[in-house]
Design a protein around this ligand. Structure first.
Ligand code: HSE
Length: 370
């Protein structure tokens, strides 16, 4: 099945997604029966491009690595765009595409402008895949209504723990269960900084290292003030309960102005400091908090080195379920978009070729024995 993607955002995540689309083209076709092409790319600083025939991602990725700042239009060569300089709004509301892949920067300002773009795409009956936390944290119930009303789909695996399959695990794997609460270490930057601080580094140096490693947000206050963790906890609560909790109701404490006594407490008690997001999910309201805590070795979130994330769900069926993995990175977050894309087109079931050959052999061998 051929389909067209309009990509909003060509930073670390957008590029990671495009690299995976190129790298896995054969697998997508053979194992999942899908043949995606990117027809438009919109950026904040390098303009927008649109080619209904499909953009050559290999050229775009190669040239963008060599000349990261040139306007995207210059990479189309002699091709002329119609309209000549399309705006994001024009493309989202008029261009010919099937899936909007949205990976622009998260804003605390009600999730705008991405929220408006997603709404428009869903209203046009187009599916949306996103890694942008703002719109899902602030508007999930409305966006969910829109997908139901217009027969489109909205998937957002990359908003929490990058490509580590959080939503695939609990929306599908725990269907029928009630998730009563969760606790998670959801921000890699803070985890990395806290670890270095426990080894004796100062806060400023540790933050600088986290930035160098590429974990921190464009504005690292998002990480260290706890906003990023709070948005992720809000997303979990919104999606699990289909009800919004106002951001202001979150009990929020970041790590920038953390009580220095916690480091000593962790050292003397053989614990580890983690920025823990907790959610207690009720029928009518939920309580969410984010704050630094000392966790002891028996806690499932104790062993999370570097920028790793971890999440524990407490369920009424299988008790505690724990998932851990990378929560940031270009490839890791780009992969979340790829897995959402595959989930949109579940027509062809995937069987690993060697498994199906093996199955056929078994069947013919059994037939032979009979
Ligand atoms: N800055 C975020 C983190 C990136 O450190 O976890 C992923 O949301």
């Amino acid at each position: 099945m051929k389909f067209k993607i309009l990509l909003l955002g060509f930073g670390n995540v957008g590029k990671g997604f495009c690299r995976l689309l190129s790298e896995k083209r054969k697998i997508l076709k053979e194992n999942y029966g899908i043949d995606p092409s990117v027809v438009g790319i919109c950026t904040r600083t390098r303009g927008n491009v649109y080619d209904p025939g499909g953009i050559d991602l290999t050229i775009f990725l190669n040239r963008t690595e060599r000349t990261p700042l040139i306007p995207l239009k210059e990479m189309l060569g002699s091709k002329v765009m119609i309209p000549e300089d399309p705006s994001v709004e024009e493309l989202v509301s008029k261009a010919d595409y099937d899936v909007l892949a949205e990976c622009t920067l998260t804003s605390l300002d009600g999730g705008e402008p991405a929220y408006g773009w997603m709404k428009k795409a869903l209203e046009r009956g187009r599916s949306v895949i996103t890694t942008n936390k703002g719109p899902i944290a602030f508007h999930y119930p409305e966006l969910h209504e829109l997908e139901l009303k217009h027969g489109s789909r909205l998937l957002f695996e990359g908003t929490v723990m990058a490509g580590t399959p959080v939503f695939a695990t609990f929306l599908q794997g725990l269907s029928g269960s009630r998730i009563q609460s969760f606790e998670g270490v959801l921000n890699g930057t803070c985890n990395y900084i806290l670890e270095l601080m426990q080894q004796g580094k100062g806060y400023g140096d540790a933050l600088e290292k986290a930035r160098e490693a590429g974990y921190a947000e464009a504005d690292p206050a998002m990480d260290v003030e706890g906003y990023d963790s709070a948005l992720k906890a809000l997303i979990l609560s919104n999606v699990l309960t289909k009800k919004s909790v106002p951001f202001e109701k979150i009990e929020l404490q970041g790590i920038r102005a953390m009580d220095p006594g916690l480091i000593e407490q962790a050292r003397s008690g053989k614990g580890k400091i983690r920025l823990v997001a907790r959610g207690r999910l009720g029928d009518n309201n939920s309580d969410i908090s984010v704050k630094p805590e000392v966790l002891l070795p028996e806690h499932p979130l104790y062993n999370l080195p570097g920028a790793m994330n971890g999440l524990v769900f407490n369920t009424d069926t299988v008790g505690q379920v724990y998932i851990s993995g990378k929560g940031a990175g270009s490839r890791e977050t780009g992969f979340a978009l790829l897995s959402d894309l595959i989930a949109l087109f579940p027509g062809k079931r995937h069987f690993h070729p060697s498994v199906s050959v093996h199955k056929e052999q078994l069947i013919s061998r059994r037939a032979h024995l009979c």
